[in-house]
Ligand binder design. Sequence first.
Ligand SMILES: [Zn+2]
Length: 102
Amino acid sequence: MAEKTHKLFCAKCGKKLTDKEALIHKNIDGKQEIICHDCFKEATGVDYKTFLYRREAAKQTLFATIFCLAATVYAFVTEGPMYGAAGIFITVMIFFFSAKVR
Ligand SMILES: [Zn+2]
């Protein structure tokens, strides 16, 4: 197994990293630095997998909320205010439920 010519090191602890382990993280100055998973956890308070999971969950929540809002508007226009109100209720429920999960 040939080693790559460019070697990555964690900017914080100096650990040698593989491409897979290296994370690009913006530090307080807004400067990008390459850090390892451990330092990412230390810097952000969450491990990288949780971070990815939360980002994905936030995306899905946003999508679900937009979808429900669109369905609500459609129900309001086509079925009347009662269905519109129900749609708003469901949208709010989804929003709060997913916020709780996180
Ligand atoms: Zn590190």
